[in-house]
Design a protein around this ligand. Structure first.
Ligand SMILES: NC(=O)c1ccc[n+]([C@@H]2O[C@H](COP(=O)([O-])OP(=O)(O)OC[C@H]3O[C@@H](n4cnc5c(N)ncnc54)[C@H](OP(=O)(O)O)[C@@H]3O)[C@@H](O)[C@H]2O)c1
Length: 250
């Protein structure tokens, strides 16, 4: 019931970190995978790794802050790989932290465009395609920062919390149609995104003290939860948030 054999998936932000792990994990579970991010060379490398696992892949350079590029990604995937079964909205993140009193309005706009608006556009366009076929599974990669407020990251908490609630609303709208929509909320996962923090010994120790399991997660540890939500194993699961954080917000 965890097999993705014969399914077609799109993973955004698939060239590094969590998205790359998900794209490769889906291929190992049997799916053909279209990968999206801005840098073509990085994407081509991931697409080659997917093909080396015996699956079809498509590398589509995409800036998810541009609706027309998301539309091209989805249209090309359906044309070249077949009807869309799984969409993972993973591209996102933030490279800055600042308290609200010094946050520049354009910083707010930029963070919301990347972490919230992009998820609206992709969810709408992806759901439209899934409704034309046999349904499907849409998975948002949000964050524990969208469940608890994260200091210095008000804009990121706002965006990720909004993704989570939008997803719950959309899950109800689409529940009878065969399109399921769920959220994964990772805690600290060691990737390039937060490398400046975990590569510094004392900052890393502070982060580890926040996590009952006493360590940061690895990108591969998001794969199992994402296969669960993409596969028939979760056929009665929609509108939920699966927290993957080593116990941090328990
Ligand atoms: N790492 C964590 O601790 C953590 C915790 C909770 C939630 N998350 C969430 O998990 C997701 C992935 O995080 P990560 O740590 O794997 O990040 P990462 O290592 O920085 O990778 C980000 C990926 O997204 C792509 N990307 C960035 N901006 C994009 C854009 N405008 N359009 C298309 N693709 C874009 C990047 O490729 P290009 O630069 O080539 O576009 C890259 O493939 C994010 O949504 C993040 O908020 C991460």
């Amino acid at each position: 019931m965890f097999s993705l054999e014969g399914k077609v998936a799109i993973v955004t932000g698939a060239s590094r970190g969590i998205g790359r792990a998900l794209a490769l994990g889906y291929a190992e579970a049997g799916a053909d995978v279209a990968v999206a991010a801005r840098n073509q060379a990085d994407l081509d490398a991931v697409a080659a790794e997917i093909r080396s696992r015996g699956r079809r892949s498509l590398a589509v350079p995409t800036d998810v802050t541009d609706r027309s590029q998301i539309k091209t990604l989805i249209d090309r995937t359906v044309e070249e790989l077949g009807p869309l079964d799984i969409l993972v909205n993973n591209a996102g993140g933030t490279r800055f932290m600042t308290p609200i009193v010094s946050l520049r309005p354009d910083g707010w706009d930029k963070a919301l465009r990347l972490n919230l608006d992009s998820v609206f556009h992709a969810t709408q366009l992806g759901a439209q395609k899934m409704l034309e076929s046999d349904g499907g599974s849409i998975i948002q990669i949000a964050s524990v920062a969208g469940i608890e407020g994260a200091q210095g990251l008000s804009f990121y908490s706002a965006a990720k919390g909004a993704v989570r609630l939008m997803t719950q609303a959309v899950a109800k709208e689409l529940a009878e149609s065969g399109v399921r929509v769920n959220t994964i909320a990772p805690g600290w996962i060691a990737t390039d995104l937060n490398a400046v923090m975990w590569q510094d010994e004392s900052t890393r120790r502070t982060m580890e003290q926040m996590i009952p399991m006493g360590r940061l997660g690895r990108p591969e540890e998001i794969v199992g939860p994402a296969i669960f939500l993409a596969s028939d194993a979760s056929s009665f699961v929609t509108g939920t948030t699966l927290v993957v954080d080593g116990g941090q917000i328990a």
